[in-house]
Each structure stands twice: as C-alpha cells, then as structure tokens.
Design a protein around this ligand. Structure first.
Ligand SMILES: Nc1ncnc2c1ncn2[C@@H]1O[C@H](COP(=O)(O)OP(=O)(O)OP(=O)(O)O)[C@@H](O)[C@H]1O
Length: 673
C-alpha cells in the first residue's frame, strides 16, 4: 500500500509531502509500499520549539601548565522548528563541540546563552524534550532490535502503559524506520545504516521534539546515508528540530538538508537555507564555480584554501551567525518577544509537572536494568561462559598440582603456596575482566544516562546484582574443585548441607555474621572450615572486582590494563607471602593493612590451620616440621582467630571500593562533559 501524500522519485525512493498536516515517512520504495499503519505515536505531541543561541564560547584546558584553547568564538544562531539543520565545516572547526553545547552535553568551559521559545533554557525541561545521538552507535549488540526497543520502552515510557500499548509504539516506530523485518536481529549484526536507524528508533520512543545527531552519515555508504538523512528530514517535518553535524556531504545529500550552519575555526561563515548558499557566496564575492558541489566549495573556503581573508569576509557577512537574512522568509521569523507571547509561561508549568529527571521510577529502572543485565549475561560468552570455564579449568589444574596437599604434615608449605595461588586467581580474573569490559559499557551508560533512561544509582545497583550470581557460581565451582582435590579438611555430606548456608550467607551479606555465628556452635568444624575458605574466596573476588570497577570507571582499557596488575604487585608483597608478616620491616608494616590479599591469606590460613586443627598426618616424609599447625601459624606470623577481623576488613574494602567506583563513575560522567 502506498503512503498517503507520497511521491515517487526517479531514484526509486519516496519523498515526503505534507498533506493536510500529515507527513508520511520517506522510505525506499519497497519498504514504503509495505507500510500501511498511520504513524500516530511517532508524531510529536507537543508544540514545536524554536532555539536561539547567542555568543556561544567554549574553552578547553590543554592540561597542567599548557594553557587553554578556545574552540568556539562567540557564535550565534537560530534553529527553527520543522527543519533539518546541518552543522558543517572542516575537521576541527568545532562542529561536534557546538552540538555538544547546544544539546547540553558539554557544560564545562562553556559561555553564552541558549533560548528555547524566547526564554532562557531550563536544562531539566530541555532534557525532557531533547535527545542526543552520538557518532558511535552505542547499542546493546547482544540484544535483538526487538529486545533493545522493548527494554528502552520499559525505561522511557510511563509505567502506566501496558505491554500492548508499548508494543504498538515499538511496532509503529520500527515499521516506519524500515527495521521491523530485522526485529529478531542482534544489534551487533546490523549494518551501519540499520544501527544508526536503531539508535534513532530508541530515542523516538520518548518522542523528542529536538534531536541532535553527531555525524549520522559517517561510515555509511551513499544509499544508507540518504536513507538516514531522509528519515531525519521526515521526522523534522513532522514538527521537530533536528540538528546534525555532517562532514562533507555529496551534492545530493547536501540538498536534502533544509538549513546549513557552516563553521570555520569556531566561527560562523554562513547560516541559512541550503538553496541560499550559492547566492550568498556570490554576493560575498566568492562565487561557487559551476559544476562544483557547493558543499565541497564552502568547506574548501572554510579550510582557507582560497585565502584566510575569504574566511574573514564570510564571517563578517554572516555576523558570526547573527544574520538571519538567508533564512527562507526572514521577515516571518518571530522575535524573542513574539515567541514568549506565542508560548506563554503555562507551557513551562506543564513541563515542570512531568517526571523530575528520568521517565520512570527508580524501582522500575532497577528491575528493567537487572532484566537486561541477565539477558546480556546469558548471551555473553566472555563474561559468563568463559568465566565459568576458566574457574573449572584453573580449579582442576591447581587441584592436580597440589593434590592431597591439605592434610599432609610434610606439605604444609606447598599448601600455603596453593592458598596464595587461589587468592591470585580470585584477584586477577574478576579484576581484569571488569577492567577490560567496563569501559565499553561506559559509553552506553553515558548516552543512556544523558538521555534520561535511568539514574546512575539504578544502573550501579543493577550491575552489582547481576554479577553476584555469576561470581557466586564460579567461585563455588572453583572452591569445590580445589578444596576437594587438594584434600582440605572436609566431610562431603555435611559440607553439602552447609555449603548452601555459606552461599546464602554471602547473598545476604548483612546477615553473614549472624548466620555463621549462630551456626558455629552446631556446625561440624570441617564444614565451617570450608565455609570460611569459600567466604574468603568470594570476598576476595568481590574486592578484586570492585578494584577492577574502580579502575575501569576511571581509565580506558589500555591504562586500566597497565594499572590493574601493577597496583596488585604491592598488594601481593604486603600479603605475607614470600616475606612473612613477621619479617616485614616495621616501617613497611602499614602496607600489610592496606593489602586486601593479606586479609584473604590470613582468612584462608585461619580456615585451614586454625579452629584448633589437630596434629597433621605425616605419611610422605620421615620428619614433618609443620606437623603441628600452631607451629606453622607462628612461623608465618598469623593468628588463627582473626577470621572475623579478616571478614570485617574485606567488607570494608568492598564497601569503600564500591562507593569509590560509584563516585568515580559519577565524576567521570560529568568530567567528559
Ligand atoms: N577536550 C578537548 N581538549 C583539547 N582540544 C579539544 C577538546 N575538545 C575538542 N578539542 C579541539 O577542538 C577542535 C574542535 O573539535 P571538534 O571535535 O568540535 O571538531 P569537529 O569540527 O567536530 O571535527 P571533526 O569533524 O574532525 O569531528 C579540534 O581541534 C579539537 O582537537
């Protein structure tokens, strides 16, 4: 079925045509013909907005003692509703910076003012009506198009809407954007153009009035470029203001934009309709040669290829963006006063009445994010499957290497090495995994958080909860394998019963002490030992993960990969392995207090050789120096009854590192802006 009001062009695509206020989507012919449903949800439900910006400056620091650089030099401009506007200019002209400032993404070092419908911008309200789609598609690659959309709808639409209402909206958007047939395709398997359209589709769920897109055509072939720009144009003509940065469009792509805003070294060269660019250049005394793409020519001018003086001429002619002479109908452009009259303050009252920051309550955000986290964990072979496999394989290898070392008096030192190796395993694998994977999550977090999908708190709680079961299972599998293979003190039946208790105690962290404390009197000693061993292992994993999270939040993959293991070396030194705590020089003893591995090792030793462990068997050697566990404990200078202190210290580490990682994340999200 044909779209209402659509016309077929030579290229086989369908152009938009306004027909009594209805605008049909412009899609390639085949897709357009499939479309039949009216696009009722996709149309803006609010009055369009008129954006005016004045004297915008942006200065960045070049680092300590290196001074500052001014990127934008007091530019002005007007972004009219129902327009697709391109910000163009050579590389480094400040296009992305201007887009960052206009979208509210960049806040530090920014000067000037932005007005919405004649009044100073109120960031809270502005964010409710706008969205920012960055250049790199920050999508959940493991989830299908349908899942991405459903989860976004659950986060962005009011909870009062049921799944059928949300489903209708999703179907409509996907159909209109030509993505419906890819509903079951995973994000990572989409083509560049489809990914871009999915990024737009995700933001369209909340039906924004203003959309900012950073280089939506970069990396796409010409047909995908046209599709994306045509889509943006249709969305704009429905009543939105859509602003894109574009690098160097072809003549046909350039003609698809309604307006252009051209920058050269942070100053405005031209602002007006696409059609008026050629007459403007002619009037400025730099006519565009015949058969030359005006977009190419103006970029060459902006690069200074025809002389720096031409840039000066154009900048002063455009009055650095103040001049509206080259707009469609300059006389019809309302003044700021007229806009204020047209949009009375009661509009602001309506905007204030909506949700304060995010669209849905925190409890909903958390449950949707947890659902999303588990779905991703199920699909992610690195984070989940590989992690489990590594724990099994390393567990078996260590078990084989130290087989039966746990109950033999002549192998106490070997067993000590095993305990330290276990600690290393628990420290390195979760820490490195977090350091390597978290930075890629960070870019998605930054986009979704900025576009008001959810709060940082909800995100943080959800990642903590989602990871816990995987940590517990991998740790349990590893512990059982190593513990049994190396013949640490154990009675299988009792161990199984109390293993459940130890797992439960970890899950319910607050009641950890209470549970084991209550159980201590009745639990067979061997199971207590295993529980302690397991708890210490799990705590070490949690501390190492928190450490990884903190580094992952603060640094990129390269720096994080360097810093994680490097910072871990002193932790190992101060743990009491190699140099026992007794032999540590007094002036370095403080190091043992800040090494979480020390508490881990002490906890392990307490579990295996503490709790009044009787004399060990001595079958494999004529003389066993450490037959009496007390003797060994005194030589490594570890007290057998420090378990609760160790747990307390590790708990403090988990809490401090988690809080520090949260604060770092919060700082990072704002610092990049
Ligand atoms: N945080 C920063 N610190 C230092 N310089 C910066 C910073 N951000 C941007 N710049 C510089 O400001 C200039 C403008 O950057 P911007 O990314 O806005 O340019 P652009 O026109 O979008 O370029 P491109 O088309 O290549 O993306 C560039 O020279 C860039 O190196």
């Amino acid at each position: 079925m044909m779209l209402a009001g659509a016309e077929i062009e030579d290229g086989g695509s369908v152009s938009y045509k306004e027909d009594s206020g209805n605008v049909a989507m412009s899609l390639p012919r085949a897709k357009a013909q499939e479309k039949s449903s009216p696009d009722q949800h996709i149309k803006p439900r609010r009055e369009p907005v008129d954006i005016h910006f004045s004297n915008i400056t942006c200065t960045v620091s070049l680092g300590f003692n290196k001074g500052h650089k001014q990127i934008l030099h007091g530019v002005h401009g007007r972004l009219r509703p129902r327009q697709l506007i391109a910000i163009m200019g050579p590389s480094g002209a400040g296009k992305s910076t201007l887009l960052d400032v206009l979208s509210g993404y960049r806040i530090s070092g920014v000067g000037g003012a932005v007005f919405i419908n004649g009044r100073g911008r109120i960031m809270k309200n502005f964010k409710k009506m706008s969205c920012y789609i960055q250049q790199d598609d920050r999508l959940q690659g493991l989830l299908t198009v349908g899942e991405n959309m459903t989860l976004a709808a659950d986060l962005k639409l009011p909870t009062s809407k049921d799944k059928y209402e949300k489903g209708e909206i999703i179907e409509e958007i996907l159909t209109n954007l030509g993505l419906y047939e890819h509903i079951n395709t995973r994000g990572a398997q989409l083509s560049g153009g489809q990914r871009k359209r999915l990024s737009i589709a995700l933001e369209l769920i909340s039906n924004p009035l203003i959309m900012f897109l950073d280089e939506p055509t970069t990396g796409l072939d010409s047909s995908s470029c046209s599709q994306v720009v045509e889509l943006c144009r249709t969305l704009a003509h429905q009543g939105r203001t859509i602003v894109c940065t574009v690098h160097q469009p072809s003549a046909s792509l350039f003609a698809m934009f309604d307006h252009v805003y051209i920058l050269a070294a942070g100053q405005c060269l031209y602002q007006g309709t696409t059609k008026n660019l050629v007459p403007y250049l002619e009037q400025a005394g730099v006519p565009c040669p015949i058969y030359h793409n005006p977009a190419d020519y103006v970029i060459e001018l902006a690069c200074g290829e025809y002389g720096e003086d031409k840039i000066q001429v154009l900048t002063s002619k455009a009055e650095n963006g103040r001049s509206l002479d080259w707009f469609e109908d300059p006389q019809a452009i309302p003044s700021m006063e007229a806009l204020r009259k047209q949009y009375p303050l009661s509009v602001l009252r309506e905007q204030d009445a909506g949700p304060s920051v995010e669209e849905t309550p925190q409890s909903n955000q958390r449950s949707v994010l947890i659902k999303r986290g588990f779905l991703k964990a199920k699909r992610d072979s690195t984070m989940t499957h590989l992690r489990l496999i590594v724990n099994v394989v390393v567990g078996i290898m260590l078990g084989m290497l130290f087989i039966d070392a746990g109950n033999e008096g002549s192998r106490v030192l070997e067993n000590y090495n095993l305990l330290f190796a276990i600690l290393m395993h628990h420290m390195m694998s979760p820490m490195m995994l977090t350091i390597l994977t978290f930075p890629s999550e960070m870019s998605i977090l930054s986009k979704e958080h900025f576009n008001r999908w959810y709060s940082l708190g909800s995100y943080y709680i959800s990642i903590t909860i989602v990871d816990l079961p995987i940590s517990i299972v991998s740790c349990a599998v590893f512990s059982v394998i190593v513990y049994t293979m190396s013949s640490q003190p154990l009675e299988i039946v009792r161990f199984s019963m109390f293993f459940a208790i130890s797992l439960y105690t970890v899950l319910v962290a607050q009641s950890f002490g209470l549970m084991i404390g209550a159980a201590f009197n009745v639990v067979p000693l061997e199971v207590v030992r295993f529980s302690i061993f397991f708890a210490i292992s799990l705590y070490t994993v949690l501390v190492a993960q928190s450490f990884g999270l903190m580094i992952g939040a603060a640094f990129n993959v390269v720096n994080g990969t360097f810093l994680g293991p490097t910072l871990s070396v002193p932790m190992m030194m101060f743990a009491g392995f190699g140099v026992t705590l007794r032999d540590l020089p007094p002036y370095l003893y403080w190091g043992s207090y800040i090494s979480y591995l020390r508490y881990g090792l002490e906890g392990f030793i307490g579990a295996i050789y503490g709790l009044k462990r009787p004399q060990l068997e001595c079958n494999q050697a004529p003389y066993c120096h450490y037959k009496h566990p007390r003797q060994f404990l005194s030589e490594v200078s570890m007290s057998p009854d420090m378990f609760w202190w160790d747990v307390l210290a590790l708990t403090v580490f988990v809490l401090v590192l988690r809080v520090a990682a949260f604060l770092l994340l919060k700082w990072k999200l704002n610092a990049v802006r």
